[in-house]
Each structure stands twice: as C-alpha cells, then as structure tokens.
Design a protein around this ligand. Structure first.
Ligand SMILES: [Zn+2]
Length: 829
C-alpha cells in the first residue's frame, strides 16, 4: 500500500445546514485569518467542558485555527430538554457541540471514551476507559490536527481540598502524556501509515477560580507566582465584525441546551489565565498564537501577498480579490505538505466562493428514504459576479450527477436522479454501530476515530472552474422544504430500515407468576411491507399470541401490537427482541428520531430489544402514598409488584396521613430540595409515623434544603457516595428485620446494580437509628449511612441514599426485595 503521509484522510462533515453567506467585512476577516498559521487544540472530557470564551477569543481575535477534543459524547449526563438519555443523549450532545463550533468557528473531535457517569478519581476512570486506547486516540487527534499549542481545561493534579471528577483529571493527564508521545515515532506506529509524528510546542492548563472554590483564594494563588501565568482579556471588541468575544462565546455556549447552559454576554473584561504545564520550545503563548508564514519553507511570499491584498481590499467589490487569492493558493501549494497547507487551501476555496457571492445548493425533496430507492435532486447555482463558472462535474459515489454546466451571470438549475444500492448502509451514526466494551466504543478503524459524525452518505464532490481556474469543493445533498411558519428548512437525508420496531419499555420486570403486557410499535420505512410481528424470547418464556400477521401500505405508517408474556417457574433474567419477518428478511431495528430545532434531525436505529427479569418478591402491605420530588419512576416500579400507589400533590397536601389508609409513605428523590412547602409535609409525616406508619425518605442534597427537619429524628446529610456499583456490601446488623422479612437479603441481591450504589448519604444520625449497610469506594473509609432505620413512636422511619430511582427501573431484583422489606417494616410477620 502506498503511504500517504501528513494528510487528514477523513473529511469531517460538520454542519449540514446551508452555508452562511459572509458580509464583505467577514470576508476581510477570513483573509486576515489566512495570515495566521497558529493552531490550538483544546482538550477536556465532556461536551460543555470547553471554555467557549477562550476558544472564541482565539478564533475571532487572535485569528488562530482552533479545535476542541471532547473525549466523550456526554451520554452519562442529564437532559433538560427531553427524556432522551444514554446513547441518544450522546447523539444530541455531539450535535450541540457541532452547532457551538459553527458559531465559534472551531473544529470538533471526539475519542472512543464513553461517559459512564460520575467517577471520583482518574485511576478509576482509566480502569474503565482502557487508558491505552484513549491515549492512542488523543495522540491520533494531535497528529491529525498538528497544533502549536495544547490547552487543557482541567489540572492534571487532583485538588486535595475540592476533589475532582475523575474524567476531568484524566483528560488533562492524557493530554500531557500524548504531548510527548505524539512526537515519538515509536509510539503507536500503526498510525504512521496515515499521519506523521507531531511535536507540539507548549501545553497549558486553562485554570479558573472554581477549581479552588473561592475567588479570593484564586487571586492569592495567582499572585504567589506572577510569572507562571499568561493573562488574557478574552472579551475584546472587533470593529470589523462589530462583535465582542463574549457575544460570540455566549451564543456558542447557549447551544448546550440539553445541559441548560444558556448564557448572556457580559459588558466587561473577561480574564483568563493559562499555566504552562510543559514546553518543547522557548516561544511564549503570544508568539505561538500569532505565527505567520515566515517560519514555513517558501512561506515569506505568502505573507507579503496577503498583506498586499488586504491593503487594497475594496469593501464594495470583494470579488476583485479572487484572482489574487488564486495566486496565493499557488504559493501555499508550494509549501511542504502539512495539515496547515490543506486547511488554508480549503479556506481560500471557501473565501473565493464567498467573494464571488456564489450560491450553490444540492437539494432533494426526500427526507427519509430506504435501501434501493431512487432520489430525484437538483443542483442550483446563482452567480452574481462577472466571472464565468463551469461545473466540470459533480460526483456522488463514483456517479457523475451533473457535468459541464456553465454559469455566466445569473442562475441555473440541473436535475439529476440517483439510485441507492440495495446494500447501501442505513444512516446509523458510526460509533453506534459498534459494541461498547467496558468504558469505550469497541472500534478499531483508525480512519473513523476522532470524527464527530463520520462520513455523510450524501456528500458530493464538485469539480469546478472560475475563469478557467480549478476549485474542488464537497457539497452535501440535503432535504429541502419550505415550512409555512419556519421558512426554508434543510435537513440531512436519512436512509431507514424497511421496517422498524419500538418496544414500549427497556425493562420488563415480572414478579413470579404474574404476567406483563409488551407493546410493539411497527413503523414502515418503505411502502407495501407485509409479514409477521413476533417476540424472540428466552427458553421458558412465552407470549400470547405467538405472532400477529399484518401489512403496512404506506411509508411512515405505524401500528401497535400488544403481547402478554409469562416467565418460567424459576428466577431468571434474559432479553426479549421484537422482530418482523417477511418472506425475504427478518427486521429487528428500532427507530429514534431527533427533532429538536437547534440541531440536525438525525435518526438512529438501535436493536429492538429489552431486558427481562423474573424474580420472586414477597410483599406485605398494599397501600402506598408517594410524594414526588425532582422526578423518578419509583411509583411505576412499585405498581409492578402489586402495590396500589397514590401520588400526593405537593401543593395540595391532605390534612392528615393515617396508618390505617397507607401501609407506607414514600418520599421521592430530592423532595426536600424542590418542594416549597415540604416543612408542612414533614409535620404530616412525623404524625403519621408516630401513629404507627412507615415513612421512607429517599436521597436529598444537603444544599438548598427547604426544611430543617428530615422526618421526625435528626439526621445530617453529607456528600458521601459510593459510585462503584460493584463495591462490596457489609451487613452491619444481619438480624435486622429489613434484611430478613419478608425477603431474605443476601450478597446476591447486590449483584447487577447499575451506575452506583447510592449518593448523598447522611454522615450523622440520631442514636435511635440502626445503620444497616456498610460500603465504600476504593481507597475510602467505610460509609454506613446508605440505609438507616429507626423506630419512632408506634412506627418506623427510614432514610436511604441507595439509588432505588436507578435500580428499580433497571429491573434489579435485589433493589426490589429491599424496597419490599422497607415497606413491610410495620406489618405483622
Ligand atoms: Zn465535564
């Protein structure tokens, strides 16, 4: 194989919206940027970790090329705009980053690392991520981007006072190691078939006061070593663009909508400090962010020609610079092969198109399509300039769709049709095609690693000439429509499976001997599909009926089918898969479609399967009152066990709660943080427990508590948590009723927990409480506050930070058994 060294071999398709049209001042600004050859790579762990203030300053004011490497796609986070979590949230946040980058003009990269949720130490993070894999990815991105400077958002040191998020510290440590390894030709030699070793000059930490938790302390730390920090005011004003750094960065930041990070510009100085972590040169930050072509072989003439062009730029006639830009492009072509050269040539091609005022769109009226379909499309060009444009050819997948089309002043349209192959892949985001192995995506195709969305199936290559001089561009074919309310809309074209199936739940939990209904929604991706809907079940499980025969006539038609399933007569776990069988094929992919206004409308097609659990859970008691907190699905899980759960309205509390009406009163997560009138509820609860009821409080955070009391007995909350869901559990009072009645709890009941054991445990409690369980994360002391139980009056009071809100919806039998025992505390044996 011939080695091609020094190129970025993958083309990143960034945003598939229509290109922005630049004003004459913006064109001038972009020509100025051609003069600056500095490249900066910013590295952190999650989407939203990046400092858009510093990035916007570097792109818009220092005029460098900047990229952000987010190690993860943020799938372990929360979602403020919808119910999507895990992979789907990762897809949303990937696209929020792309939108942010389209505003601050940086480039986006990712690694294979998975955001598996909170971790306390970098060592714990590395164990789960497979450090070698992720380190190789960071080296790969550095070699692909060829930066002069790397900036980390986080310190490689763990702050002894404040602790750290393991992912954050890990991201800085990986950046530091990769800084050296990227230059080492013996490191990751398999990458050298595609990229050269790369020596970055300096690596900095972009420090902040919140790392110390206190602005005054931060000032003192900065003052102690005045020479150690580079200071920047990142809120400057550009008279050319009439925009401030803060205006750009807050607009970029506000794209992180799923995280609720909307932000307003400030009208003041914005200081940023950088601390040098390691250097390979004597050059200072200012010098490394203002490099020009003079340090590049054959580069001096480029500087000169750009200065000359800027001097005679005519704001009302930007098209006058086109011929000089072609000359400069030739000069750049004579410099050594590098990512810089490639980036600047692409930038010049863009500037030429903008300076001419060209409009080029490749549109189709089809949003969703299927394998083997034919699409009709149209290339539209508008040329307001005096230059003659010739489209030599526009190629898609080796097919020439348009050729030899000349556009003198005015507009032109060319129609084309393209036929999708029968085996053309469906539009699955590339990293979701691979299995997840522990904490990373198990893929090894180097050329895919790093890319935000991978190759777009509908990218065309356009070869054209402007007054006889060649330009090549890639243009996506997009779905275009005019919405009566929103106006012109462009979206990516999505190839869907012929048929898709969505199950009603991700977990089906059966209390032994009971039945559960399973719904399957069937959606057609192409017309005239007929066949059988079935459930693939493990041995011993059955469904009623066995199948449904059905037909879907139109694309997008939906039908819902309900099966009743029964489990075997012994405890077991397995998976159910929904399938659609035709004479030719078996389909088993689901359908998730994103339809948020601020990001592209991508879709993905996960396997249509769900977890099955068949467990024997004994219950005592029937009636439960549940006071909702910040939102959890515990009531639904309790109903599966046969309890009757009445939701209390926090704004319309009853005048009393009686043990005769309710066998237990359960309080939802963070109810004492979010309900304004929780103190009144607490009085009702005290009275209820005193008269013989069982009160069960789930976790609250110690800050912003809206009541001084939590139940009838004093308790002090802390930040203690056990994040390792496999950590050993110590039974502190083995004979306690909670561990024995009606379900005997054993070590087996702590297997298969998800994400964590629990959080925000109390650190102190009244002497009447028994602490039932002991547990700890590696390297920490045993925490005894995860479950405390006391007798109070005639009844029982329970406080628990165990993560029932995660474990019950995930179908963890042990968590169901413990909850059933808590509810049974006040019942006769
Ligand atoms: Zn983060």
């Amino acid at each position: 194989m011939k080695k091609t060294i020094g190129f970025i071999l993958f083309v990143f398709v960034a945003l598939l919206t229509q290109a922005q049209n630049w004003s004459s001042a913006e064109i001038y600004h972009e020509v100025q940027k051609l003069k600056n050859t500095s490249r900066v790579l910013y590295i952190a762990a999650h989407p939203d970790d990046e400092n858009t203030r510093l990035i916007s300053h570097l792109t818009h004011f220092a005029k460098c090329d900047v990229a952000y490497l987010s190690l993860t796609r943020g799938s372990g986070g929360q979602n403020l705009i919808g119910s999507e979590l895990s992979e789907t949230l990762g897809l949303i946040r990937t696209n929020e980053l792309l939108e942010a980058r389209s505003i601050d003009h940086a480039t986006q990269y990712f690694s294979r690392a998975l955001d598996f949720g909170y971790s306390k130490t970098p060592d714990e993070t590395f164990e789960i991520w497979d450090k070698e894999k992720i380190l190789s990815d960071v080296v790969w991105v550095i070699r692909n981007y060829q930066p002069d400077i790397i900036i980390t958002r986080f310190s490689p040191e763990v702050n002894p006072d404040r602790g750290t998020h393991g992912h954050h510290t890990a991201s800085a440590r990986l950046a530091l190691e990769a800084f050296d390894l990227a230059a080492d030709e013996t490191a990751y030699p398999e990458q050298l078939d595609y990229v050269k070793p790369w020596k970055t000059q300096n690596i900095y930490w972009n420090t902040s006061w919140w790392f110390y938790g206190d602005k005054e302390l931060y000032k003192k730390i900065l003052a102690k070593e005045p020479g150690a920090y580079t200071y920047l005011n990142v809120n400057q004003h550009s008279p050319l663009l009439n925009v401030t750094g803060s205006e750009v960065s807050s607009a970029s930041r506000s794209q992180h909508k799923s995280q609720g990070f909307g932000s307003s510009p400030v009208l003041d100085e914005q200081p940023e400090y950088l601390k040098l972590l390691k250097s390979a040169s004597d050059l200072k930050f200012d010098e490394l962010t203002s490099r020009n072509w003079s340090s590049v072989m054959n580069g001096k003439a480029i500087d000169k020609a750009l200065s000359k062009l800027l001097k005679k730029y005519h704001y009302t006639k930007p098209s006058e610079i086109v011929s000089a830009l072609f000359d400069i492009r030739e000069l750049i072509q004579n410099t050594p092969n590098s990512v810089l050269r490639k980036t600047k040539i692409e930038a010049i091609n863009q500037i030429i198109v903008q300076a001419l005022g060209l409009r080029m769109e490749v549109n189709t009226g089809t949003h969703f399509t299927f394998q083997g379909a034919e699409l009709k499309g149209e290339l539209q060009i508008y040329n307001p300039s005096d230059s003659e444009i010739n489209i030599r050819k526009m190629v898609w997948n080796k097919n020439t769709l348009v050729q030899n089309q000349t556009v003198s002043k005015g507009g032109t349209k060319s129609n084309f049709a393209l036929k999708l192959a029968q085996d053309q892949e469906v539009s699955q985001p590339y990293w979701l095609k691979y299995p997840v192995k522990n904490g990373y995506v198990n893929m090894s195709n180097l050329r895919e690693i790093g890319s935000p969305m991978g190759d777009y199936a509908f990218e065309t290559q356009m070869e054209m000439t402007v007054d006889g001089k060649e330009i090549t561009l890639s243009l996506p074919i997009l779905y275009h429509t005019t919405d009566p309310v929103k106006g012109s809309i462009h979206q990516p074209i999505i190839i869907r499976p012929d048929v898709m199936l969505n199950l009603g739940s991700t977990v089906y939990f059966l209390n032994m001997g009971t039945k559960q209904s399973v719904t399957v929604e069937l959606i057609s991706g192409k017309p005239n599909m007929s066949g059988y809907v079935e459930l693939n079940l493990p041995d011993g499980w059955t469904s009623e009926p066995k199948f449904f025969k059905t037909e879907l006539k139109n694309t997008g038609e939906r039908k819902t089918f309900t099966f009743t399933i029964s489990g075997p007569s012994k405890e077991s776990e397995g998976r159910v898969r929904a399938i659609f069988k035709t004479n030719e094929a078996v389909y088993s992919q689901g359908y998730v479609q994103l339809e948020y206004d601020h990001i592209n409308h991508w879709a993905y097609f996960p396997t249509a399967d769900a977890k099955l659990v068949n467990a024997r859970i004994e219950t005592r008691g029937k009636q439960i009152a549940y006071l909702p907190g910040a939102g959890d699905k515990v009531p639904e899980s309790l109903r599966i066990l046969g309890y009757e759960v009445e939701l209390l309205d926090p704004n319309k509390l009853p005048s009393a709660l009686s043990p005769e009406d309710y066998d237990a009163v359960i309080v939802g997560i963070r109810a004492y943080n979010v309900n304004a009138d929780i103190a009144s509820f607490n009085n009702l609860l005290k009275d209820y427990i005193e008269k013989g009821g069982t009160g069960i409080l789930q976790y609250n955070t110690r800050h912003r508590l809206k009541s001084k009391e939590l139940g009838p007995l004093p308790i002090t909350l802390s930040r203690d948590r056990v994040t390792n869901e496999k950590s050993a559990v110590n039974f502190l009072v083995p004979s306690h009723k909670v561990l024995n009645t009606p379900n005997r709890i054993t070590q087996a009941d702590f297997k298969g927990w998800v994400q964590e054991r629990g959080l925000y445990f109390p650190s102190e409690w009244h002497e009447d409480f028994d602490a039932i369980l002991g547990m700890q994360d590696d390297g920490e002391s045993e925490k005894k506050g995860s479950l405390v139980v006391a007798k109070y009056g005639q009844g029982h009071m329970v406080y628990t930070g165990l993560s029932f809100f995660r474990e019950l919806p995930a179908g963890v039998p042990g968590a169901y058994k413990i909850m059933a025992n808590l509810i049974a505390l006040g019942q006769e044996e």
